[in-house]
Design a binder for this molecule. Structure first.
Ligand SMILES: [Zn+2]
Ligand SMILES: [Zn+2]
Length: 278
C-alpha cells in the first residue's frame, strides 16, 4: 500500500527523466529522418509541427501565458496551448510553470532549476533536459492544481496522451509519425535546451539585470522569439520580447493574433496576484 502511494506521488511529480528520454529518442529519429527519402512536403509538415509544439505550445502557451500570465487567453486557447505543449513532450503546464518560475527567482544562482550556469562550456551535458532540477515547492503544485481539473488530469496522463497520439500517427503512416511528431519534437526539445544555455552565456544586454541573461538574434530566429532573453528577464510580464525595432519576435505575433481573435487586445491574464515572477 505504501508502495502504491509512493508510485502515485512519483507519477504526480514532474519528470525531467521522461522528457529527457523523449529528447534523446526523438533526437536519434531526427538524425535518421534525412535518410528516409521523404519528399519536401513531409519536411513542410515537420516545420508546421515545430511551429505548433514549440511556438504555440512552449513559447506562447507555457512560457508567456501559463508561467507569466502576460496576456488574456480564452479557454479554447488554454486547451490548445496545453495539447501543443504536451504532444511536443514539454510535459504538463503545471510542472513546467513551477520549474520556470524557479528559474526567474534564482537565475544563475543556487536554486536555479536550469543548469546553464553550471556549465562554462557548451557540451552534451549542458543540453540534456534530464539534468534540470525539479526543485519546485509541492505546496505550490497542489495549490495550482486545485484551480483546474483539466490540468490535474493532464499532469497525470500527459505521457499517455503523447503515446496515444504518436502511436496513432505510426499506425496511419510511418512518415506521419516521423515528420509530424518525432522530428518537430526533437527540434522543440533540443532548441529549448540550447536556448536555456545560450541565452545565459552569449549575446548582448539591453537591460542591466542581476543575472546573466542575454539577447541572441539567431536563437530568437530559431526558437520563436525566445532568444530575446535579457529583454524577457527585465520585463517578465510583457508578452512581447522585442525591445528594439529589429528584434523580431514571431511568438509575439501569435499572441497578437489570439488576442485579436478573442477581442481582448493587450489585456493582462487572470490569476495575476503573484505577478508571475515566482
Ligand atoms: Zn520566463
Ligand atoms: Zn533565463
Amino acid at each position: 500500500m505504501a508502495g502504491a502511494v509512493i508510485n502515485w506521488r512519483s507519477w504526480m511529480l514532474p519528470s525531467n527523466q521522461k522528457t529527457g528520454r523523449a529528447q534523446v529518442a526523438t533526437g536519434l529519429l531526427a538524425l535518421a529522418a534525412p535518410f528516409a527519402g521523404a519528399s519536401w512536403h513531409w519536411w513542410g509538415l515537420a516545420l508546421f509541427g515545430y511551429f505548433m509544439y514549440a511556438c504555440v505550445g512552449h513559447s506562447v502557451g507555457y512560457h508567456r501565458y501559463f508561467a507569466h500570465r502576460s496576456f488574456f487567453a480564452p479557454r479554447w486557447a488554454e486547451v490548445l496551448f496545453t495539447f501543443c505543449g504536451v504532444l511536443g513532450c514539454v510535459g504538463s503546464p503545471v510542472t513546467w510553470v513551477l520549474m520556470h518560475r524557479r528559474h526567474h527567482l534564482h537565475s544563475d544562482k543556487e536554486g536555479d532549476s536550469y543548469t546553464a550556469h553550471e556549465h562554462p562550456r557548451l557540451g552534451l551535458d549542458a543540453l540534456l533536459i534530464s539534468n534540470y532540477r525539479q526543485n519546485h515547492n509541492p505546496f505550490k503544485l497542489r495549490r495550482a492544481l486545485r484551480r483546474d481539473r483539466f490540468q490535474l488530469w493532464m499532469l497525470r496522463h500527459n505521457f499517455g496522451v503523447v503515446a496515444l497520439f504518436a502511436g496513432g500517427l505510426l499506425a496511419l503512416d510511418w512518415r506521419l509519425f516521423l515528420f509530424g511528431w518525432a522530428v518537430p519534437v526533437a527540434l522543440t526539445l533540443w532548441m529549448s535546451a540550447l536556448d536555456a544555455y545560450a541565452t545565459h552565456h552569449w549575446g548582448y544586454k539591453n537591460y542591466k539585470t542581476d543575472d546573466e541573461s542575454r539577447n541572441l538574434w539567431w536563437m530568437a530566429l530559431l526558437f520563436w522569439g525566445e532568444g530575446w532573453h535579457n529583454n524577457h528577464h527585465a520585463r517578465p510580464l510583457d508578452w512581447n520580447f522585442r525591445k528594439k525595432w529589429w528584434e523580431f519576435d514571431i511568438g509575439a505575433g501569435v499572441v497578437w493574433l489570439i488576442q485579436s481573435a478573442s477581442g481582448r487586445a493587450k489585456t493582462r491574464g487572470r490569476n495575476f496576484a503573484d505577478g508571475g515572477r515566482g
